[in-house]
Design a protein around this ligand. Structure first.
Ligand SMILES: CC(C)(COP(=O)(O)OP(=O)(O)OC[C@H]1O[C@@H](n2cnc3c(N)ncnc32)[C@H](O)[C@@H]1OP(=O)(O)O)[C@@H](O)C(=O)NCCC(=O)NCCS
Length: 328
């Protein structure tokens, strides 16, 4: 087994205060609590109000992660944010977060990899530590998904919510830390989950707003099948690289998109359900915020102890996927 190069010195996560229940959605959409719970396991999600920002969540999560690490923000040399919903089109979300945390001159940039954004970010952070270019990294992931879903479309609106989190990543000093990561993508399937307009090909216009092309469009059933297959493969790949068997996993923290996808992925990966962290019922799919939110909750519930082997796995638009093995 390889010695870790980087470790997570502290973690934090934050979700908005406003709760939207399935019953709330029943008032405006042709849907039902029963349908949503049976098909997805989601009971409620958290959403930011118009006067709140995604960066507010990142600031709260960062402060918690820094406090747990015992590292002041001024010591951070690099800020990486996995998100596809920055506060504004320019600059990178990481720059706005840096300003709200107190400024400075740390390098700051975003990683756009949809739901696995935080796993991509952790992998980039590990590489920057390995090269010696960075020593103390704020590695964040989160999304304000509610801002990019069509609230009149029952196929997507019921699935998503807002959330953010992250970790302080520093050089490893012992056997604890990131043991392996495995990332992948298949851009040929991008049309199955995408936002057609609002990019440089089709800038926002009255017409594409009217046609609702500025919102997420998704072929749910197709996404479901590829998600399970790719997440299972990513788990096996990351475990293989780490030299660890599925039996050795103490906790699996999968992307929280749909309870059925979580159960199927755990089955394919060979991890029993009592070792799987689930909170999709409370938050829905918060994209890159999903795994940090689940990890922080697991920590709060005493499910993470030093020395444990933790497997993170995610899948999203791109398609992108990734898995990370950590000795906690
Ligand atoms: C979206 C998803 C929950 C739909 O579940 P499903 O079992 O595949 O359902 P289907 O697509 O077969 O649709 C079943 C029916 O429910 C209907 N339906 C869709 N959304 C509904 C809703 N919110 N309420 C009630 N009915 C709904 C569909 O219109 C369809 O009706 P029809 O049979 O008359 O055409 C599921 O496919 C899924 O989770 N996919 C992955 C999505 C995902 O995770 N995306 C993000 C990846 S990061």
């Amino acid at each position: 087994m390889r010695s870790p190069i980087a470790r997570l010195a502290g973690i934090g996560a934050a979700a908005p205060a406003t709760v939207v229940t399935n019953a709330d959605l029943e008032k405006t959409l042709a849907t039902s609590d029963q349908w949503i719970v049976e098909r997805t396991g989601i009971r409620e999600r958290r959403v930011l109000q118009p006067n709140e920002s995604q960066s507010d969540l990142f600031v709260a999560a960062s402060r918690d992660a820094l406090a747990q690490a015992g590292i002041p923000f001024q010591a951070i040399d690099t800020i990486i944010c996995g998100t596809c919903t920055p506060d504004r089109r320019l600059p990178a979300a990481a720059c706005d977060i840096q300003a709200k945390l107190g400024g400075g001159t740390a390098a700051a940039f975003d990683v756009v990899a949809a739901c696995p954004g935080w796993l991509y970010t952790l992998t980039v952070a590990e590489g920057l530590i390995a090269s010696g270019n960075s020593k103390k990294i704020l590695a964040l992931g989160g999304d304000r998904v509610w801002s990019i879903v069509d609230r009149e479309d029952r196929n997507t609106a019921v699935l998503f919510g807002d959330g953010a989190g992250g970790a302080v990543v520093v050089p490893a000093t012992d056997e604890r830390g990131i043991l392996a990561t495995a990332l992948g993508a298949d851009g040929t399937l991008a049309d199955l989950l995408n936002i057609p307009a609002g990019g440089s090909n089709e800038p926002p216009s009255e017409q594409n707003i009217r046609d609702r092309r500025i919102y997420v469009q998704m072929a749910g059933r197709e996404v479901f099948k590829v998600a399970v297959r790719r997440m299972a493969q990513a788990c096996h790949q990351a475990l293989g690289k780490a030299g660890i068997r599925a039996d050795d996993i103490d906790l699996l923290v999968p992307h929280q998109a749909n309870l059925r996808i979580i159960n199927a992925t755990a089955g394919e990966a060979g991890v029993p359900l009592d070792k799987v962290m689930v909170n999709v019922d409370r938050y829905g799919n918060t994209s890159a915020g999903s795994i940090p939110l689940a990890l922080v909750q697991a920590d709060g519930e005493g499910r993470l102890r030093p020395g444990m082997v933790v497997l993170l796995v995610s899948f999203g638009a791109g398609f992108t996927w990734g898995a990370v093995v950590i000795r906690w």
